[in-house]
Design a binder for this molecule. Structure first.
Ligand SMILES: Cc1cc2nc3c(=O)[nH]c(=O)nc-3n(C[C@H](O)[C@H](O)[C@H](O)COP(=O)(O)OP(=O)(O)OC[C@H]3O[C@@H](n4cnc5c(N)ncnc54)[C@H](O)[C@@H]3O)c2cc1C
Length: 375
């Protein structure tokens, strides 16, 4: 039977970043993906690095999100150096524009909430914002600038992170679906795949919205998919430097001149198709933000599945089975949270303790509910 130090189940950005950190610590790492790596949520995302809480639920995530943003430049530098690939990382700020009736009140609430959780948010006039981004609709009613936030090309970053992990010594295996964890008593001994059982001292589940489909994992990771549709355009009339968010959607620049527009939040099971209603919503929001997009060629559309959890917070850390850890449920923030997730998981495995308070993300918080549900 093959034996290794750590099996990481899932080759998205989260699994890739964890594999990289553990391989850097000289552990033998085997990463398994049920298909080609990097083709799920980490491929589908917009790549905004924005710790600003969009809902009251998300306030609890802010300290983790801020810590991850602070690690980002170092993470990207390491990934780019080891992989020889670029990632489109830019931390030049994001514009938050308000268009609705109560824009002024929404702006004040947003800025007060941001300052309350220690995030920078500067009120700007629409004219000032248009000097930064001339494509911004002059009909915007209020604007804040979030100077610390940024964007990354998540597809490029995921590819580069997996390549960096391989360079650092991790074995990356595609077309290797984990069907169950292998358990003896109170210990997780490894992973059962469709073809074999692989033994490991530690198993990290980073299978995104599919994590609960792995037998033995569902009680720790009751994740479910939330579909998000996206559209890519290639405007000839303007270049975008900053992501711009509004109440209805967002547009995000890419280094090759494309502009990504998103998104939707839909409970549609594991269906990943793009719908006319989704496209109408996204394109409507994008044209409200930047009216010149109305003439831009649409070059791609796609949908992906965010891994959501009952409290919308990620599921991170050890379980009550020795050797089994979760790194899933990153919902709308997995691109942002990859560096801090990798750091925490590698600390738990290599040092047995972590450098940040992480109790509220524990996989054990769902166990009472799982018992009631008979899982
Ligand atoms: C439209 C959209 C926009 C988004 N925008 C942003 C954004 O702007 N900023 C941000 O921070 N986040 C954003 N997100 C969220 C972000 O994409 C996710 O939180 C993040 O990608 C989750 O990463 P992951 O590696 O956990 O999951 P995934 O990328 O889904 O990777 C999971 C991997 O596990 C593999 N797998 C599944 N089951 C098994 C199994 N049984 N055995 C082996 N392998 C398995 C899959 O094949 C996959 O490769 C967005 C998401 C969507 C859909």
């Amino acid at each position: 039977m093959k034996t290794t130090d750590v099996i990481v189940v899932g080759g998205g950005l989260i699994g890739g970043a964890i594999a990289l950190q553990l391989a850097r610590r000289k552990l033998r790492v085997l990463l398994l993906d049920r298909q080609a790596t990097g083709h799920e949520a980490s491929w589908a995302a917009a790549g905004m690095l924005t710790p600003s809480p969009e809902t009251p639920d998300a306030i609890a995530l802010v300290p983790l999100a801020k810590a991850s943003l602070e690690l980002y430049a170092e993470f990207v530098t390491e990934v780019e150096a080891l992989s020889g690939k670029t990632t489109g990382f830019r931390r030049e700020g994001i514009i938050q524009a308000f268009f609705l009736e109560n824009a002024r009140r929404e702006l004040n609430t947003f800025v007060a909430l941001s300052h309350g959780v220690g995030l920078a948010a500067e009120v700007m006039t629409v004219g000032e914002a248009r000097q930064l981004e001339p494509a911004l609709n002059p009909a915007a009613k209020a604007v804040a600038f979030l100077p610390d936030e940024g964007v990354v090309d998540n597809r490029a970053l995921t590819r580069a992170t997996l390549a960096a992990a391989a360079t650092a010594g991790a074995e990356i295996r595609a077309d290797a679906r984990a069907t169950a964890i292998s358990v003896e008593g109170k210990q997780c001994r490894g992973v059962i795949t469709t073809g074999e059982t692989i033994a490991a001292r530690h198993v990290v589940v980073a299978a995104g919205c599919y994590s609960a489909q792995i037998r033995g994992v569902e009680r720790y990771a009751p994740v479910r998919p939330v579909r998000g549709q996206m559209v890519a355009l290639r405007p000839a009339a303007f270049e975008l430097d900053h992501a711009i968010k509004s109440e209805r959607g967002y547009i995000v620049p890419r280094d090759d001149g494309r502009v990504l527009a998103g998104s939707t939040l839909e409970h549609a099971g594991f269906e990943k198709h793009v719908t006319p209603a989704g496209l109408r919503h996204i394109l409507g929001a994008a044209m409200e933000i930047a009216p010149a997009l109305a003439d831009a060629p649409v070059i791609e559309s796609w949908a992906g599945l965010r891994p959501d959890t009952p409290d919308h917070l990620p599921i991170l850390g050890p379980t009550d089975l020795e050797g089994l850890l979760m790194a899933t449920g990153h919902y709308r923030n997995g691109i942002l949270l990859a560096p801090i997730t990798a750091r925490l998981i590698s600390e738990w495995i290599a040092e047995g303790t972590v450098s940040l308070p992480a109790e509220k993300f524990s996989p054990l918080r769902f166990l009472a509910n799982a018992a009631t549900a008979g899982i």
